[in-house]
Design a protein around this ligand. Structure first.
Ligand code: CU
Length: 694
């Protein structure tokens, strides 16, 4: 529904916006026709708007949208639970990646990112998932150091006549591993001026299994309901949407607690006007109110004395205004978020800790961007200036131990208000050598301000936006701005029979924020007191880093019916100030799919090959992982234009493996996985689903 606002922005940058690989997508005859001679697989000319991929989410083997993100070159996810996936792009993750859900920035209510932005859109409600490959344009958002990812939910479309038509989609499915079930529905009416819809989804699953037993706790439960209205009359467009989401008891075995619930509402609206000169003025507004409860004693066992739960919330507002004309776009963006988190002890009603109290993180931003085509050259140049203003309220706690009181007083007496100015500069170019070959180059400077956790974690705890390294962290109010210098080089070769689009990149990051050995002796004392002396304490600091690598997607039609395609992603993350490596960097990963394609059905055999990761962060005490290969089988049958039936088996040979980005087991009461060991990847899972559109 936010298409109106984003159309201007996305279309301008369509060259870098990459859809899901075609073979992952549902079949319909439009796709089918292009599928056989493959041109749409190339990145050129494919934009989120123009993409004919009606139901990319029609192959749903797990409920999580993040799992689909892994199919894009350079992208991966840090997984902390079945619904808790943190987007990683080229080694940068969490707040460094700008994830927009239907054009809106969603704030996690939980300080450990249990309710990540991607968890707000179930796979069954997903229409499309895309990313700006390479350097994200400044118009795509504030703080895009790690790129911009766009997820759009299914909605209605304006029809051509005045008569109202009924539109909708129903999807349902089952996955054997974890006994997972989902259903989603979209129902609406539309004519050429009005469209109206209601939508909802329900999912449920039990604990997941691997070849050696159960992964506890990995049950999940989520419901969503929403509705929207849109109007257009040729020159003006108006949209309004409301969403409610309710994630119920859902495990996060890589984190110290599990989700008891994460629920709330978000609302968004947009208005755009096209002027006689062709200029388009777009505005958007959004509001979010989410609350979250987590505990370490409901889905997992905890000693009575160690039982804790936390109640957290976030409220945020967003505003955007942009004007586009003849290749120029200028705009302003602003958003404000307010966070709270308190920790309680169910056995002692007097116990409380303000983990985060009245945290404010507000961003005000202005940008200008120009797209220009000169003969074979295409340029996109952008400049964005942002002001990030952060503050935190005073904290209190029932804990009276002297070192805790000392930390509290130091925090409360500090100047907690921090304002930063960020400047982003982007130049992306494409040089068309021939109709089948483009050269791509980009250069940028991007900045990010510290997250509220990095800045305001006053007590040594693990509430670190989902780092899940098992270490306690202490915040650092005075953190400097992260500054990245980015270079991108690549080409895009696309013929009717084969495509190949490799990109290499280099990020030179000054003042990269991460945990370094703790120098605060009071924090060390508190951590030893609360979590034992063996627990590592890290303090957030600015260091120097670099990330570089290569990612590519490719396809090859062996015959009109047999096709091969794949994605390769490699990134290396290193410190520049020490010899250490960066934490939680995706290992070299390749996906290769062999498909047999007929008019109304397709069968695919996919190999997911992941190399070992030996380049790990010593300072985080990160464990290495071995390489592995997992094979997946999928099939897709379209008996009529509107019905798609899918089935498949993931991890066909029930291979046991450890996902390097999957975290460590935090559960003491799991007979099948030792505490502190890496969490195993999912075992074999057969699944089936149906999607019906009208
Ligand atoms: Cu949480």
């Amino acid at each position: 529904m936010y298409d109106i606002f984003f159309m201007e922005i996305i279309d301008m940058h369509s060259l870098k916006l990459l859809p899901l690989p075609l073979l992952m997508l549902g079949l319909n005859s439009a796709v089918q026709a292009e599928h056989i001679n493959l041109p749409t697989i190339s990145v050129e000319g494919v934009s989120a708007e123009a993409a004919p991929y009606a139901l990319p989410s029609s192959i749903i083997s797990v409920p999580d949208t993040g799992e689909l993100l892994k199919k894009l070159p350079g992208a991966n996810i840090n997984r902390n639970g079945p619904l808790t996936s943190i987007a990683q792009y080229r080694g940068l993750f969490g707040d460094r990646v700008n994830v927009l859900i239907d054009g809106v920035r969603i704030n996690s209510a939980g300080p450990n990112s249990m309710d990540t932005p991607l968890s707000y859109i179930p796979a069954s409600r997903l229409e499309s998932l895309s990313l700006y490959r390479g350097i994200a344009p400044v118009s795509s958002g504030i703080e895009t150091i790690g790129g911009t990812i766009l997820a759009h939910s299914k909605t209605t479309t304006f029809s051509s006549g005045e008569e109202f038509q009924s539109q909708g989609n129903f999807s349902a499915g089952y996955a054997e591993n974890g006994n997972g079930k989902y259903g989603s529905v979209l129902a609406g009416i539309a004519n050429n001026q009005h469209r109206l819809h209601i939508t909802g989804s329900l999912e449920h699953g039990d604990d997941l299994e691997f070849d050696g037993g159960d992964i506890l706790p990995t049950e999940h439960k989520r419901g969503t309901v929403g509705g929207g209205y849109a109007f257009q009359n040729g020159a003006q467009t108006f949209t309004l949407n409301a969403q409610h989401h309710d994630t119920g008891k859902t495990g996060t075995p890589a984190l110290p607690m599990d989700i008891i619930y994460a629920k709330g509402n978000h609302y968004d609206g947009s208005f755009s006007n096209t002027f006689a000169n062709g200029g388009v003025l777009s505005t958007k507004l959004s509001y979010q109110d989410s609350e979250h409860w987590m505990s370490n004693y409901e889905l997992r066992a905890s000693a009575l004395a160690k039982r804790r739960h936390a109640i957290t919330d976030v409220k945020s507002t967003g505003f955007g205004l942009a004007y586009s004309v003849s290749g120029w776009t200028v705009g302003i963006d602003a958003d404000r978020a307010k966070h709270n988190a308190d920790i309680f002890n169910p056995g002692n009603t007097l116990f409380f800790v303000n983990n985060y109290n009245n945290i404010e993180r507000d961003r005000y931003s202005i940008f200008g961007e120009k797209e220009l085509t000169l003969n074979q050259w295409k340029f996109e140049a952008g400049l964005r200036y942002s002001r990030v203003e952060m503050d935190a309220g005073e904290v209190s706690t029932s804990l009276g131990a002297a070192p805790v009181v000392a930390l509290k007083n130091t925090f409360n007496n500090a100047d907690r208000k921090q304002d930063e100015s960020l400047v982003d500069l982007v130049l992306n170019t494409t040089y068309t050598v021939s109709s089948e070959f483009d050269l791509i180059a980009g250069i940028a400077r991007k900045e990010r301000a510290a997250s509220y956790q990095e800045r305001y974690l006053w007590l040594p705890l693990e509430s670190t936006a989902g780092l899940a390294d098992g270490n306690n962290y202490i915040g650092n109010i005075g953190l400097d701005t992260e500054v990245a210098y980015q270079i991108e080089l690549g080409f895009d070769w696309h013929t009717p029979r084969a495509t190949f689009s490799p990109h290499i990149f280099y990020h030179h990051i000054n003042d990269y924020i991460q945990g370094t050995p703790n120098t605060n002796s009071t924090a060390a004392m508190v951590s030893a007191m609360m979590a034992g002396p063996e627990k590592l304490v890290l303090e957030y600091n600015n260091v120097d880093a670099k990330l570089y690598g290569l990612d590519a997607n490719w396809s090859f039609a062996i015959t009109p019916t047999w096709q091969l395609d794949g994605v390769v992603s490699y990134v290396r993350g290193e410190r520049r100030d020490t010899s250490d490596d960066l934490y939680r960097i995706a290992p070299l990963t390749a996906r290769t799919m062999l498909s047999y394609v007929q008019t109304d059905w397709t069968v695919g055999f996919e190999a997911e090959t992941v190399s070992s990761q030996n380049k790990v962060s010593d300072e985080n005490r990160e464990q290495k992982t071995s390489g592995y290969a997992v094979f997946n089988l999928s099939a897709n049958y379209q008996p009529t234009q509107n019905v798609i039936i899918t089935a498949g088996v993931n991890n066909l040979f029930d291979r046991g493996y450890e996902n390097h980005l999957g975290g460590y087991n935090r559960i003491a009461n799991n007979p099948d996985i030792a505490q502190g060991d890496r969490l195993p990847g999912l075992g074999r899972s057969a699944y089936a689903g149906v999607s019906i559109s009208w």
